[in-house]
Design a protein around this ligand. Structure first.
Ligand code: EPU
Length: 305
């Protein structure tokens, strides 16, 4: 039905029906998606968004799937930019700076390494963080060394009426693991302009390699996970709190707390979204009992109950 109606509206793009979308997420847990839609361009995205609004249909924008857990009962409609929205390029250059336009579906690590190799400074703090630029902007991805907001000049967005708009740096409220705008509009991230400093490429690449080794030593980057599962409470890092509750290596079904870093939930053979949710709830309960702190997930849990 949706497919037929969209085709009549001059929508261009892929519409896959009834696919296991879970395997495209980092946890690789099974989840059915009834309509997995990849618009070909912004015009088609706008047609799609307007159509879904008219039909009162909810949808979810899936970035790289590196910070998303889709519940076992799946999800009806997903829009993905990974296939058709991943271009990037310089838009402006001054003596000391470059301005890089990046579409939402571009992989963050591709951009980080491209910039390091070109000698554009500002993204090394994000080395090793998986996912797309759209996901990174939506989550304000970062580490202790910095986050993506520090290099954002402007974000290109679309509202739920299908109209494009921009948010300049001063319209973005800095916040931890979240994109907050000075507008109440619901939005879709289409891309951003990054402002980076020109510097020495050799120095940047050397630093990026060193940072990646450091992360690999303290985080289970070779296992299936969504990175840190919980946001850090202001008082202490979630990983340390979980460690102190003695939950490292705790398993529920195919889900396990990493023994390298307490804030990583690992998905093993046969793991389901429900296993991960049960383990998440156990962690929250134990941390609440021991420290009277409520851990809030950084990972977005979406889909049908
Ligand atoms: N710690 C423990 N036990 C553990 C894990 C950590 O005692 O099992 C202790 C560490 O020894 C350290 C402290 O907790 O003293 C903080 O740990 P870490 O340096 O690993 O940093 P984090 O706060 O756990 C944050 C980000 C990471 C980012 C690292 C490095 C959040 C939720 N996490 O982790 O981001 O890679 O800093 O900069 O903000 C992510 O967002 O997915 C992510 C992995």
């Amino acid at each position: 039905m949706i497919k037929k109606e969209l085709n009549k509206l001059d929508f261009k793009g892929n519409i896959l029906t009834d696919i296991d979308v879970g395997k495209t997420t980092a946890f690789k847990t099974k989840a059915l998606c009834n309509y997995f839609i990849e618009p070909f361009d912004l015009k088609s995205l706008s047609i799609l968004v307007k159509y879904l609004k008219k039909k009162n249909e909810d949808f979810f924008i899936l970035g790289g799937g590196y910070n998303t857990l889709i519940k076992t009962n799946g999800i009806k409609i997903i829009i993905s930019f990974k296939r058709f929205f991943h271009k990037f390029g310089l838009v402006k250059e001054t003596k000391n700076e470059v301005y890089l336009n990046v579409q939402a579906g571009a992989m963050l690590q591709k951009i980080c390494w491209h910039c390091a190799i070109k000698g554009y400074q500002g993204l090394n703090s994000l080395i090793g963080i998986p996912g797309t630029i759209g996901g990174a902007v939506f989550m304000n991805a970062g580490t202790k060394k910095g986050d993506i907001f520090s290099v954002i000049e402007e974000v290109l967005l679309m509202d739920y009426s299908g109209e494009q708009f921009k948010a300049a740096k001063n319209e973005i409220l800095p916040s931890y693991r979240e994109l907050k705008l000075k507008t109440d509009k619901k939005f879709i991230i289409l891309g951003c302009t990054l402002k980076l400093l020109k510097t020495n490429s050799e120095k940047l690449v050397k630093e990026a390699k060193k940072l990646l080794v450091e992360r690999k030593n303290s985080q289970p980057l070779n296992e299936k996970s969504c990175g840190c599962f919980f946001k850090n409470p202001e008082s202490s890092p979630a990983g340390m709190l979980i460690d102190k509750t003695g939950l490292k290596d705790k398993r529920i079904g195919g889900a396990r707390v990493s023994n390298l870093h307490g804030n990583f939930i690992i998905s093993e053979e046969g793991c389901t979204a429900l296993d991960i949710i049960k383990l998440k709830e156990l962690i929250q309960k134990k941390v609440k009992n021991k420290f009277d702190l409520t851990l809030e997930p950084e990972v977005k849990i979406v889909g049908r109950d």
